[in-house]
Design a protein around this ligand. Structure first.
Ligand code: ME8
Length: 506
């Protein structure tokens, strides 16, 4: 039986267009999925949209439409964005789909029957002009955090999930599974949050205040709180209560990729919900850091929300993907600017990688009649190159498994620079002039083979550019790419195809 892997992204609100933050989570998940497929594993990769709740309702009002139309319009923007970014998801879930709302209802019903949901009094602060409820900690100087006006204390009946009952179990689980939250230092944030008594979670809104959500199956006067609804998407798509065999196969392998902003909802709300439902925790939660755009935290009001599509079309999808993966150290925040993207494009991609590929194909065309030469006798340098490469494969996969995507690419870059030095030092152009054809062939074969292997290793990040590179080397991969990670697959005699640089400079 193949080794299964279930990979998910957070699902994004359809109140606005996709931006670089959404693109980051989705590209990381895609890269992880592709690395696992490269190792011959079977992956089920899920992304989607979060379509209920106050934010989407408010956006619909602002756009003078209804929430469903708002969602239908915006979901296309997300799907187009992922298409343009070459995302290889296996499923795209919308929380308004019947397959999902049915499961939310079914779970609410079981938790209600079990006594894990109860009716109680919710006390909060209401902003009358904004028609919004705030909790005590949302308030800014005891005023509405949105409009700054006075708020009224209001209490209303709502349904609660008995989250507090699972606090001890959750703390024990986190203590016993040091690797569960990645990067591991983030676990302390969650344990810190759990240092205080955990309240119960208010999981409804009365329909007279918000009518855009999943209705409670046992009380039609209430809709489900958007987070309680949204988190369940991970179960819907895995086949919970609809395809038991798929669910059993997938769930134990579930890896949730999210931004650090929603770590508490995923580790506290979600794990206690799962425990109440009777499902074991997912395998891993990876929380990545935050993109700051030119120093400022990205927000609509600052007007600096970078649109992934715009930049991907300027620099090319693969270069944009490379930048997103390379520039953020696991879990840390990163700075985004067009200038940084340009620099990465010009130095790493155009100069180091693209130029090497271009030169090799060009030299093979000139000095070897356009066909990959025989490698001939292997010298110390070639043995070293091969050893370096073997170590690199192991390191890259180790880094990917521990979500150190940036380090994986940094190691690859180092090998590409060494490869450039190998070519430079051996100077095939000079050897050709002196008639040392054997050396020319040896160097060009080994450099091309190393470049091919390096490109297989980065193909999950840049699937299109690497495919172009293989074409120019006259190489067609077999169906099983994991086989192609072996040294020596580049066949002498294959015709190279000289063409345009992979990363043209504008
Ligand atoms: O929170 N830097 O949706 P959302 C990095 N629907 N990542 C960022 C980012 C930034 N500046 N801004 C957003 C929601 N993200 C809920 C999630 S999941 C069951 C429900 C990414 O549209 C990051 O993944 O606000 C973050 O977690 C997600 O977008 C939030 O997107």
């Amino acid at each position: 039986m193949p080794d299964h892997h279930y990979i998910t992204t957070s699902i994004y609100y359809v109140n606005d267009e996709p931006h670089i933050g959404h693109a980051h989570t989705t590209v990381l998940a895609d890269v992880l999925a592709r690395y696992r497929r490269l190792q011959g594993r079977h992956v089920f990769f899920l992304t989607g949209t979060d379509e209920h709740g106050q934010k989407v309702r408010d956006a619909a009002v602002e756009n003078d439409t209804n929430p469903k139309t708002q969602a239908d319009r915006m979901v296309v923007r997300f799907q187009d964005a992922w298409n343009n970014l070459n995302i290889s998801h296996d499923d795209f879930i919308r929380t308004t789909e019947r397959r999902h709302t049915r499961l939310v209802e079914s779970i609410l019903r079981s938790l209600w029957d079990k006594g894990d949901i109860y009716f109680g009094e919710y006390v909060g602060w209401y902003c009358v002009p904004d028609e919004r409820f705030w909790t005590e900690k949302d308030l800014v100087d005891a005023k509405c955090p949105d409009c700054g006006r006075a708020v009224e204390k209001i209490s209303e009946g709502n349904y609660f999930f008995r989250m507090s009952g699972y606090q001890k179990w959750l703390v024990d689980h986190l203590n016993d599974h040091a690797e569960f939250i990645q990067p591991t230092y983030r676990r302390n944030e969650v344990l810190g949050y759990l240092g205080r008594p955990l309240g119960d979670l208010c999981i409804t809104r009365p329909v007279h205040r918000l009518d855009w959500g999943v209705r409670l199956p046992f009380d039609p006067n209430y809709v489900t709180y958007v987070w309680f609804d949204a988190l369940i998407n991970y179960l819907t798509a895995a086949g919970f209560r609809s395809d038991d065999r798929a669910f059993e196969r997938l769930w134990p392998t579930a890896t949730h990729l999210i931004g650090k902003d929603i770590l508490i909802t995923h580790s506290v709300f979600w794990l206690t919900m799962l425990k109440a439902i009777g499902i074991p925790p997912p395998k891993t939660i990876f929380a990545h850091g935050w993109w700051n755009v030119e120093g400022a935290k990205m927000s609509k009001s600052v007007g600096n929300v970078a649109k992934p599509l715009d930049l991907a079309s300027v620099f090319g999808t693969d270069a944009f993907r490379y930048f997103l993966v390379r520039e953020m150290a696991a879990g840390r925040d990163a700075e985004f600017s067009e200038e940084l993207l340009r620099r990465r494009y010009e130095s790493t991609l155009a100069n180091d990688l693209g130029n090497l590929a271009h030169r090799l194909v060009h030299m093979i065309t000139r000095y070897c009649d356009g066909a990959i030469p025989e490698g001939g006798t292997v010298g110390d340098q070639e043995t070293e190159l091969r050893d370096r490469y073997t170590q690199l494969v192991t390191k890259v996969f180790e880094n990917i498994e521990s979500f150190a995507f940036d380090e994986a690419l940094r190691d690859v870059e180092e090998v590409v620079r060494e490869l450039n030095r190998y070519v430079e030092w051996n100077a095939p152009w000079a050897r050709f002039k002196h008639g040392d054809q054997e050396a020319v062939r040896r160097v060009l074969y080994h450099a091309s083979e190393a470049l091919r292997l390096v490109s297989v290793l980065i193909s999950p990040v840049m699937p299109e550019k690497t495919r172009q590179l293989w074409e120019s080397l006259g190489w067609t991969p077999s169906g099983d790419l994991s086989e192609e990670l072996m040294w020596g697959r580049l066949r002498p005699g294959s015709e190279v195809i000289p063409g345009h640089p992979l990363f043209p400079k504008n």
